[in-house]
Design a binder for this molecule. Structure first.
Ligand SMILES: Nc1ncnc2c1ncn2[C@@H]1O[C@H](COP(=O)(O)OP(=O)(O)OP(=O)(O)O)[C@@H](O)[C@H]1O
Ligand SMILES: [Mg+2]
Length: 371
């Protein structure tokens, strides 16, 4: 049943993920159970994408460029939200607030002074849209001793937790993150980044074909797993580290991959091995830290790679569903989460789960930029 406009409490969530593949925008109604009403991914102008990719790599530390791209991305997000609302026949005045994650340009939870940095100036988003904007979601959790990531597990809980089944939710973005939801409500949710999702497959594919990702795993399908390389990749110390833990493209990038490739290998075989590495590292994370899971629900762009999903289904003994099997658009869950987190911020409710991030407690997340 369609709700009358006045009964709705609408929020927009927006995120540009670690893959830098586009801006995801979702419209969320939080008035009753959470409903994701609409969602869209907007492509970046090519120059903005390249600048974001460059800023995400250690080494390019030009503060002038950072300042300009911060502003340009804020403008792009604001304009993107306006056109998204228009095409779905909503007015900015229908929206209570925007939750904008922005683009992570650096995530350093293990630095002497741990920090995480998202850009996409929220002042500009509020100015362009004239909608109250909440942003800077991660840093309060880090100030409280947490990883600042992942932040979606509480949203996964709100969407997927059941009283009669232990469930794990997997988001395969650039990095892959897992949420564990036990049937027993007395057990706190847990979650962490398992390691690479699409990030390594994407950079390898782009370097060898010019395409930003391996559509449907076609390149990987032409190769075979290099067992020695796979074993070496699986020895990566991040994988065996105990949660809480989080990682990013400043670690899993082309330089990291090149440092692992000591001998010449066929490009297709490397692509296939990277896919297997993603699947096997996820399997290992589940076996070690989410062993009671009776079902896995997969969201994020990696679920659209049939070869990757097949490998997960083969490696795991539990049913592997997609978000669509549970009537959610698996491309919009992260964006929707930030709309919901904006709602929690305005309600003065904590958005983080210290049981996930390792922070000293749950914290109210985000700063408010008035309409
Ligand atoms: N048809 C497909 N075949 C193979 N891979 C795909 C396909 N569709 C999407 N992908 C992969 O999904 C990625 C985008 O996924 P997603 O948007 O969830 O990641 P993200 O932006 O990094 O998100 P996150 O916020 O979780 O970091 C692409 O870069 C690509 O690797
Ligand atoms: Mg994305």
């Amino acid at each position: 049943m369609t709700k009358h406009q006045a009964e709705r409490q609408l929020y927009v969530g927006a995120i540009t993920g670690t893959s830098v593949d586009g801006l995801d925008i979702a419209l969320v109604d939080v008035s009753d159970t959470i409903a994701i009403i609409a969602g869209e991914t907007l492509a970046f102008p090519a120059n903005l994408r390249h600048e974001l990719l460059a800023l995400g790599q250690p080494g390019s530390d030009d503060l002038d460029q950072l300042g300009e791209v911060d502003r340009a991305l804020g403008h792009f997000i604001g304009q993107g939200i306006l056109s998204f609302l228009k095409s779905h026949k909503f007015a900015p005045t229908d929206i209570t607030a925007i939750g904008s994650h922005g683009q992570t340009v650096r995530h350093r939870p293990d630095a002497t002074q741990p920090f995480t940095w998202q850009i996409g100036d929220p002042n500009m988003i509020a100015e362009v849209t004239r909608v109250t904007t909440v942003a800077d979601f991660r840093r309060r959790d880090m100030s409280a001793g947490g990883q600042g990531a992942p932040l979606v597990p509480k949203f996964h809980e709100a969407l997927f937790r059941l009283a009669d089944e232990d469930r794990a939710i997997l988001n395969i973005g650039g990095i892959s993150n897992l949420t564990m939801l036990t049937a027993d409500p007395a057990i706190d949710i847990t979650g962490f980044d398992t390691g690479p999702g699409n990030a390594l497959m994407d950079v390898w594919c782009e370097a060898h074909t010019g395409n930003p990702y391996d559509v449907d795993g076609a390149m990987a399908a032409k190769g075979s797993v290099d067992d020695a390389l796979l074993q070496q990749l699986l020895n990566d110390p991040y994988l065996s580290r105990k949660p809480p833990k989080s990682t990013g493209r400043e670690y899993y990038n082309l330089d990291w991959l090149k440092s692992q490739l000591s001998r010449t290998a066929k490009a297709h075989d490397v692509q296939r091995t990277l896919l297997e590495f993603t699947a096997a590292s996820i399997e290992g994370a589940l076996a070690t830290w989410a062993a009671s899971a009776q079902r896995l629900i997969v969201c994020g762009g990696g679920r659209a790679n049939p070869l990757l999903l097949n490998r997960l289904r083969t490696l795991l003994t539990i049913p592997v569903d997609t978000a669509e099997d549970h009537d959610y658009d698996g491309d919009m869950i992260e964006a929707a989460a930030f709309g919901w987190l904006a709602h929690l911020r305005l309600a003065g409710l904590p958005g983080s789960a210290g049981s996930v991030t390792g922070a000293g407690g749950n914290r109210i997340l985000g700063a408010i930029y008035s309409a």
